[in-house]
Design a protein around this ligand. Structure first.
Ligand SMILES: NC(=O)c1ccc[n+]([C@@H]2O[C@H](COP(=O)([O-])OP(=O)(O)OC[C@H]3O[C@@H](n4cnc5c(N)ncnc54)[C@H](OP(=O)(O)O)[C@@H]3O)[C@@H](O)[C@H]2O)c1
Length: 269
């Protein structure tokens, strides 16, 4: 186990998009971050990006870890597989001996545009396995570590979605799993109270990532039209997650909704 005064985080889905941006933001501000995802080369790219950002220097650093040296390590993990999740958290325990934050971010939209009555069961299972089973498995492993460690406690931030509130057309698997994450978040907030385990959720709308690439060319709206939608910079999500992460355990952002200001969500279209 390394002696390390920095805070320790696990970020799942750290090889791209929001997970990558959050991992870099945490590393930039002194956290040690374990990067998890299925594609090892994408995790290594994130680690290299963070090193480059750190080498450039970050005059704007204001995080509580600013000035400390955070380290990254990459653990190839499929979050839908219990054995791989167990190995991920065993690696965290072995290297750091504690865990302060899980950003439960890995997720998939599944096949877009498939009418409900035609959605194959395998496609449903894949989305549920990734978004819900994966989030459960990682949260449970993190929770056990946080309950056992001394000092006790930590924080879990689940990555929900605008789809935890309202569906897009033909998105039943994604929408159902993201609504389910809200239940996971609330249950862990309650069950974690005696152990100083805080749990919050970020619900994002249209951050520019691979997953939202199709927003730029046009996506199906509730009224049947196809429309281009505004997107926002993923760095704005990363800063929000860091703020949630760095609160003392006595305080918690229970739910944060961060979206492209002009996207069709509030109001009708
Ligand atoms: N972008 C948005 O506007 C938006 C809005 C609402 C919610 N979200 C949520 O944000 C999260 C990240 O999405 P993103 O926009 O950043 O899209 P993304 O770039 O497609 O990221 C998804 C990440 O999840 C990982 N992943 C997928 N299945 C996995 C599995 N079985 N095990 C481990 N990792 C897995 C992927 O890496 P590998 O393929 O290498 O495993 C990838 O890094 C998702 O939960 C998504 O629902 C995003």
């Amino acid at each position: 186990m390394e002696a390390n005064a920095t805070k320790i985080a696990v970020v799942t889905g750290a090889g791209s998009g929001i997970g990558r941006a959050v991992a870099v933001e945490l590393l930039r501000t002194g956290w040690s971050v374990v990067l998890a995802g299925r594609r090892a080369e994408r995790l290594e790219e994130t680690a290299a990006l963070a090193r480059a950002v750190l080498a450039e220097g970050s005059p704007g650093d204001t995080g509580e870890g600013a000035g400390k040296d955070g380290t990254s390590s990459c653990v190839r993990t499929d979050v839908s597989r219990p054995d791989e999740v167990a190995a991920l958290f065993a690696a965290v325990r072995e290297r750091f001996g504690r865990l302060d934050l899980l950003f439960n971010n890995a997720g998939t939209f599944g096949p877009g545009g498939v009418p409900f009555e035609e959605l194959p069961y395998d496609a449903w299972r894949h989305v549920v396995g990734t978004n819900l089973d994966g989030a459960f498995l990682c949260a449970q492993a993190a929770y056990r570590q946080m309950k056992e460690q001394d000092p006790q406690g930590g924080r879990i931030i689940n990555n929900g979605s605008i789809s935890a509130h309202a569906p897009r057309p033909h998105s039943v698997a994604y929408t159902a799993t993201k609504h389910a994450l809200t239940g996971l978040t609330k249950s862990l907030s309650l069950d974690g109270r005696p152990y100083r385990i805080a749990c919050g959720q970020i619900d994002i709308g249209n951050a520019a990532t691979d997953m939202t690439e199709r927003m730029r060319s046009g996506v199906l709206q509730a009224n049947g039209e196809v429309a281009v939608e505004p997107v926002m910079d993923v760095a704005d999500v990363a800063r929000t997650v860091r703020h949630m992460a760095e609160l003392p355990l006595e305080a918690n952002v229970q739910f944060a909704t961060v979206l492209a200001s002009a996207m069709p969500f509030v109001g009708r279209g």
